[in-house]
Design a protein around this ligand. Structure first.
Ligand SMILES: N[C@@H](CCC(=O)N[C@@H](CS)C(=O)NCC(=O)O)C(=O)O
Length: 275
């Protein structure tokens, strides 16, 4: 086991070393929204590969994704979209694979077939089982059993990062997802006035109940309005809850130390708006 790990490590190191650094002939453009986790993962890749790009903000709240100008780039009306000269690529996964082929410096996929498979499996798991956007993202990441599955899966492969001591594709998907869970949801909930909170929670008493149960071992079967302050307190305890996923928490900390991840974070984008 140890020898296969060090073999795959040196294999991927020699892969990194053998890749020539490629640069685009004209400046890349990335259509992005600060809060979009799909855009976040592409921003990380561009930074890791040392590719300078022009940040083109698309305000999803104002509906700019539906403008005639943007629809020409992406008729599906979502970010991210990458423009590389005459080439336009939409969808984060497609963009990442395009960047990987065209700009091979800092490979996003390891050579080792097993490690490579895990780096495909993690994005699939996150995109299909946890979802990539919406106000319930953070809620899902805490509740969804797939996160527990992810935690178990990664235990077998993680070292400093998700699949070893180097950053690969799985990390690019994990970092935005965990970041959203730790920051966004807490902020949303803390800033939600009581009346909106009441309306919001009326749709998911069962989820609230299971969250409460998980967090504090509550025995009560039904979520009642009187329990709002209690549940608010639980939400404020989210960091502690996340401790049930020690590996993901540790990875979150490790990503926070990397300049490529820091520069890609929502708070550092020109269109960032304090929630
Ligand atoms: N599969 C696409 C999903 C892209 C996506 O859902 N983008 C969201 C932001 S994360 C978006 O632009 N939504 C448009 C909207 O909310 O109208 C990808 O991975 O890029």
């Amino acid at each position: 086991m140890a020898s296969s790990q060090s073999q795959s490590q040196s294999q991927s190191q020699s892969q990194s070393q053998s890749q020539d650094s490629q640069q685009p002939s004209s400046r890349l453009q990335l259509y992005s929204y600060w809060r979009s986790s799909c855009s976040f993962r592409v921003r990380i890749a561009l930074n890791l590969k040392g590719l300078d790009y022009e940040y083109k903000a698309v305000n999803l709240l104002k509906g700019e994704q539906f403008s005639a100008e943007f629809s020409k780039l992406n008729p599906m009306s979502y970010v991210p979209v990458l423009v590389d000269g005459d080439i336009v690529v939409a969808d984060s996964f497609a963009i990442l694979l395009y960047l990987e082929e065209k700009y091979p410096q800092h490979p996003l996929l390891p050579l080792d077939p097993h490690k490579k498979a895990i780096n495909i499996q993690v994005p699939q798991l996150l995109v299909t089982n946890v979802g990539s956007h919406g106000d319930y993202l953070a809620f899902n990441i805490v509740l969804d059993v797939s996160v527990s599955a992810l935690e178990k899966l990664l235990h077998r492969h993680a070292r400093k990062y998700a699949t070893g001591d180097e950053v690969f594709l799985a990390d690019l998907f994990l970092a935005p997802q965990i970041h959203a869970s730790v920051t966004r949801f807490n902020l949303d909930m803390i800033l939600t006035p009581y009346s909106s909170f009441k309306m919001l929670t009326s749709n998911w008493p069962e989820k609230m109940y299971s969250l409460a149960k998980r967090a504090l071992g509550l025995q009560s079967k039904f979520f009642a309005l009187q329990e709002v302050p209690y549940c608010m307190a639980i939400l404020l305890e989210q960091d502690k809850q996340f401790a049930q996923f020690p590996l993901l928490s540790r990875l979150h900390e490790a990503y926070g130390l990397l300049p490529a991840f820091q520069a890609a974070s929502p708070e550092r984008q020109s269109d960032y708006v304090k929630p």
